[in-house]
Design a protein around this ligand. Structure first.
Ligand code: PLP
Length: 394
């Protein structure tokens, strides 16, 4: 075959999350939606706010050529300004609209950023457990993916492990807080410790290392502070999306921020524009850039996820399960009742429970329970969780 082998491999092997979701859909068709407890996907169950609909309706009265026309490659000036102004209000910064590049969601934000910075032979570190698509995007950009295990009691960044993995080949580190799959939020203290380690390494090796802060869950915190990473580490680039905060995953809209405090600001902005062009990821969806301009400060309705979190954690705790208390996002990191999480998943599946085994995220012994589902699904799933726990009792 003369086609690209790597692309073929990515396409031929579906992500295990998608695999489980496809099984869930087929199973629901077979035995009824109400009988399958599908905790596989991170598809928000909270509807997009009314202000999104209102913004779309307002935009529809624009002349069609204006509404549907190409935007500038980096995005509409009104959208970029709205994003920069909002960040400046919230984080006491002085970003310019020109520092913002509008994208088709966090996937594009990360792909563009990686393509903007890596050269063949570079390494990009991910903190395991991690969102599995990171590896695909890193390798597609021509770098290799290096996994560094988080501190497995708190699932915060383990600075010692990070230190051991840093080398002259390290170009970047991807961090994600609030975190998918764990639901942890990296504390200011731990981020500062990681930043110190990275700076020391840069000095010793004479290299520059970027921190890519992937933040689609920034707005979904249950009280803990989500520190603004560029204020902790200068060479940060922020990748954002409205997939979760405004429940718009299908609309593909987000942005990249190259903060003006990043010492490589000018060249990075040019490289981001070049990578967007190289990948064909220019002109993010025009209608939803207008939505961003209108809705940038609309709060995320965290309440529904908070209620789901409460009922799920209380129920599972009562049944004797162990898990990491989720501080943000909408995922619960549940300890597998046997060392092999795939085997645990197979047993759960027999009770119509569909979490995702942790091996998919580069970490053994856990499953991810995605609780952005209807409240009733969680309530109704409890007897199944009980039967699963009972199956492990002697
Ligand atoms: N990063 C993380 C951590 C995610 O969980 C997701 C989606 O679930 C993405 C990136 C991709 O987001 P988007 O749908 O905006 O491309």
């Amino acid at each position: 075959m003369s086609i690209n082998q790597k692309s073929y491999d990515y396409g031929a092997s579906r992500s295990s999350i998608r695999e489980i979701a496809a099984y869930g859909a087929a199973r629901k068709a077979q035995i009824g939606v109400q009988n399958v407890f599908d905790f596989s996907l991170g598809n928000p169950s909270v509807p997009a706010p009314d202000s999104v609909r209102e913004s779309i309706e307002r935009s529809l009265s624009l002349p069609a050529t204006q509404l549907h026309g190409y935007t500038p490659a980096a995005g509409l000036p009104i959208a970029r300004k709205a994003v920069a102004d909002s960040l400046n209000r919230r984080f006491n910064t002085s970003y310019d609209p020109g520092d913002v590049y509008m994208t088709c969601g966090a996937a594009a934000s990360l792909s563009i950023t990686l393509n903007a910075i890596v050269n063949p032979g570079d390494e990009v570190i991910v903190i395991a457990p991690y969102f599995p698509e990171y590896r695909v995007w890193i390798e597609a950009a021509g770098a290799s993916c290096v996994e560094v295990l988080a501190d497995t009691t708190t699932f915060q960044i383990d600075s010692d492990s990070l230190h051991s993995a840093l080398s002259e080949r390290t170009k970047a580190i991807i961090i994600n807080s609030p975190n998918n799959p764990v639901g942890s939020i990296y504390s200011r203290e731990r981020l500062k410790a990681a930043a110190t380690v990275i700076r020391e390494c840069e000095r010793e090796l004479g290299t520059s290392i970027y921190l890519l802060s992937d933040e689609p869950y920034r707005e979904i915190s249950y009280g803990a502070e989500v520190p603004w990473v560029p204020s902790i580490y200068d060479r940060t680039i922020v990748c954002y999306s409205y997939s979760k905060s405004l429940s718009l995953p299908g609309e593909r809209i987000g942005w990249i921020l190259v903060p003006n405090t990043n010492p490589d600001h000018e060249s990075l902005l040019a490289a981001v524009a070049g990578a967007g062009r190289k990948l064909g990821f220019v002109c993010a969806p025009a209608l939803f850039q207008r939505v961003v301009a209108d809705c940038v400060d609309v709060p995320c309705d965290v309440g529904a996820y908070e209620r789901n979190r409460a009922i799920l954690t209380e129920g599972l705790l009562r049944l004797g399960y162990e898990f990491i208390e989720p501080q943000g996002a909408f995922y619960l990191w549940l300890k597998s009742l046997e060392p092999d999480s795939v085997s645990f998943f197979e047993k759960a599946k027999a009770f119509e429970l569909l979490p995702v085994p942790s091996d998919s995220f580069g970490c053994a012994g856990w499953v991810r329970v995605s609780y952005c589902v209807g409240h009733k699904t969680i309530v109704d799933s409890m007897p199944a969780w009980e039967r699963l726990a009972a199956a492990y009792r002697p």
